[in-house]
Design a protein around this ligand. Structure first.
Ligand code: CO8
Length: 260
C-alpha cells in the first residue's frame, strides 16, 4: 500500500517505518495517524517482518507532537475523537506480535513522545530532546502519555516532566530510564536496525510471547503474572521453533526458526 506521509522499507526481516513530513517536524495529524494505523496493521500481518524500527524523516524531529494547527480549531467532540484515534495507534503498537523500536532522531514532544513510549523501547540520538509541552498549550497528554510514562519511570519523574512542560536532552532521558541507549546522530538508525536484525534472527514466537507476557503481566498481580507466563511458556512447547531451537543446541548447529 502507498502512503502519502510514510515510507516503508523491508530488509531481511526488519521493516523501517519512517514518518515523512519533515516540513512540519513530522507532526501527527489525522491523516498521518490513519496511515500509521494501516501501516502498522499491515506490518503486523506480514510474516516476513519480525521487527520494526520507527523513526522520523529529516534531522530535526522524530515527531514534534500532535498537529497543533489541526487541533487548534477542534470542538470538544472532535478533540475526543482525535484523542481516541491517536490512542488506537498507540494500543496497536503495544498489541503487535512483533517488537517496535523507536529511533528518536530529534524532537519527540507531546504526541511524538507518546508514540515513542508506546514502542517496546527507545534508542535516541545525542540530538534528541523529549518532553510533554501540552500544559504550555492549555491541554494535557492525550495519547496515553500520562499512563505509559508513569508506568515506565514512576510517578515522580513523570509528574515533573508533565507538569512543567520542559524538554530534557537524550542523556537525561537515558538516566531517567525513558531511553535505553544514546548514539551519535549518524549511528542511530544503523544501531536500531542492527538491534532489530538481532531480534529478527531469533525465534519470533518466543519474542512475541515474551512481549505479550511483559505487557499483559504489568496489568496483573505478580502471582497471576507468573501463572500467565507459565501458560505461554507451555504453549511454546507445542511449536516447531522450540523443537528446532533446542534440537540445534543439542546437535551443536545453528537453529533455523520458522515462526511456527
Ligand atoms: N504541530 C503542527 N506544526 C508543527 C508542530 C506541531 N506539533 N511542531 C512544529 N510544527 C511546524 C511549525 O509550525 C513550523 O511550520 P511553519 O514553517 O509552517 O511555521 C515547522 O513545523 C517548523 O517548526 P519551527 O519553525 O517552530 O522549528 P524550530 O526549530 O524553531 O522549533 C520545535 C522546533 C521546538 C519542535 C517547535 O516547532 C515546537 O515547539 N513545536 C511544538 C511542540 C509541541 O508543543 N508539541 C506538543 C503538541 S500537543 C500534543 O502533542 C498533544 C498530544 C495528545 C493529543 C490528544 C488529543 C485529544
Amino acid at each position: 500500500m502507498e502512503f502519502k506521509n510514510l515510507l516503508v522499507e523491508k530488509d531481511n526481516g526488519v521493516a523501517l517505518l519512517t514518518i515523512n513530513s519533515p516540513r512540519t517536524m513530522n507532526a501527527l495529524n489525522s491523516e498521518v495517524l490513519g496511515e500509521l494505523e494501516c501501516a502498522l496493521f499491515e506490518l503486523n500481518l506480514d510474516s516476513d517482518v519480525k521487527a520494526v524500527v520507527l523513526t522520523g524523516a529529516g534531522d530535526k524531529a522524530f515527531v514534534a507532537g500532535a498537529d497543533i494547527k489541526e487541533m487548534s480549531t477542534m470542538s470538544s467532540h472532535e478533540g475526543h475523537q482525535f484523542g481516541l484515534k491517536g490512542q488506537r495507534v498507540m494500543m496497536l503498537i503495544e498489541k503487535m506480535t512483533k517488537p517496535v523500536i523507536a529511533a528518536v532522531n530529534g524532537y519527540a514532544l507531546g504526541g511524538g513522545l507518546e508514540l515513542a513510549l508506546a514502542c517496546d523501547f527507545i534508542y535516541a540520538s545525542e540530538k534528541a530532546k523529549v518532553g510533554f509541552p501540552e500544559v504550555t498549550l492549555g491541554i494535557m497528554p492525550g495519547f496515553g502519555g500520562t499512563q505509559n510514562l508513569a508506568r515506565l519511570i514512576g510517578p515522580n519523574k513523570a509528574n515533573e516532566l508533565i507538569f512543567t512542560g520542559k524538554m530534557i536532552n537524550a542523556a537525561k532521558a537515558a538516566s531517567w530510564g525513558i531511553v535505553n541507549e544514546v548514539f551519535a546522530p549518524e549511528e542511530l538508525l544503523d544501531k536500531a536496525k542492527e538491534c532489530a536484525a538481532l531480534i529478527a534472527s531469533v525465534g519470533s514466537l518466543g519474542v512475541s510471547y515474551s512481549k505479550n507476557a511483559i505487557a499483559n503481566g504489568l496489568n496483573m498481580g505478580k502471582e497471576d503474572g507468573f501463572r500467565y507466563e507459565a501458560s505461554l511458556f507451555g504453549v511454546l512447547f507445542s511449536t516447531e521453533d522450540q523443537k528446532e531451537g533446542m534440537g540445534a543446541f543439542v546437535d551443536k548447529r545453528k537453529a533455523t526458526f520458522k515462526g511456527k
